[in-house]
Design a protein around this ligand. Sequence first.
Ligand code: ATP
Ligand code: MG
Length: 383
Amino acid sequence: MNAADNQRGPKSPNLDNLTLSRKEGWRDYVEAPKRVRPEELSRRQIRRLSEEAADNYNQRRADWHNNIGPLRTPQLAALHEDLWDIMDSSTQDGNHAKGAVALEGYPGLGKTCAAEAFAKEFHKREILRHGAFTAAGNERWPVCRIGMRGNTSMKDFSRALCEYYAHPGQRGTTIELGQRALDSVLSCETRLLIIDDLHFLHWQRSGGVEISNHFKYIANEFPLTLFFIGIGLDERGVLMEDLASSSDSADYQAIRFEQTARRTTMLQMRPYRLTNDKERRQWNTLVATVEERLILGSKRPGMLTDDLSEYLYTRSTGHIGSLMELIRRGCARAVRTGGEALSRELFDTIKIDSAAEKARKELDAAFRTRRLHTRTTGQRRAS
Ligand SMILES: Nc1ncnc2c1ncn2[C@@H]1O[C@H](COP(=O)(O)OP(=O)(O)OP(=O)(O)O)[C@@H](O)[C@H]1O
Ligand SMILES: [Mg+2]
């Protein structure tokens, strides 16, 4: 038997957004065992594997490379610090409103990834502190996560909540569903309600304002923290000031808006930048961490850090989503072709998202003229 045959680690559950939209799926995510790092074989050793063993080894490497992270990037660490502060300072007695947090940033910066990583830690800590069941004997679900879509109506939103909690009554009027959803939130003592991709609300023709008002109602009346995530949000964007279709009086709506706005903490996630040594070091650390994680037969120290740091910045424009996409596709090709290494030539043949491709030309020019670079002052002096 080959080394590659007997190291099939515990299979990680196949998680996707659909899975996370049910509480059991969320629990699988929280309790998923750590992936087992495949052993490192040289290119020669890989060539000597039987066809079956090589296929098994490549599958395990694909699974590994496709699921690198979440890495503790400075953006993720800063967000987690803020969120811990907010959550730890919100344990007032009684049913006090806890307000809302909004995380804003361009697509592909790792907002969802960082938020889910936080929610996972928070879930674990709450269960450890307070037990898996509430005092009333219900299952404790400290976190609930709902993703908005282009056409999410008020009814869809409430139904999604009911589905998350596996509430038996998933039929009924909008009001009935809404009531059941909020009952579940209360009885499961949920403390953090994550609403991802909030920007979709703004693109829908009707119904958006109604849900937005509902959020304001939840934020103001329920003992939980609402956590909005989306692109291009600001206070007005999060709360949608246009309240025209609500049945409340205009004065009451304005008061509610002000009240919620005052309790909303705005957080931002930004791309990596290279304007000073600190930022350059952060980028280089990310590239080094990624390099360390790669399992390729012809990998050598410095393969990414020495040769490709600037190139990878150009391609990804400092967006971790684009970087990881490039790395995943690069690794897939390096394994499939037997090259077993990453290089500029290989990456040049790989296309990624169009936003990154568009920005690439401009950055290319900046690197060529040395307006931009990834070497810190110390490294430049040394060379
Ligand atoms: N901390 C991290 N470690 C490793 N990979 C990450 C990390 N954060 C993000 N990624 C990678 O970037 C990809 C995009 O991240 P994510 O979906 O969280 O971005 P987003 O900001 O929510 O984007 P969108 O606004 O489009 O929803 C992920 O699929 C993952 O591959
Ligand atoms: Mg997202």
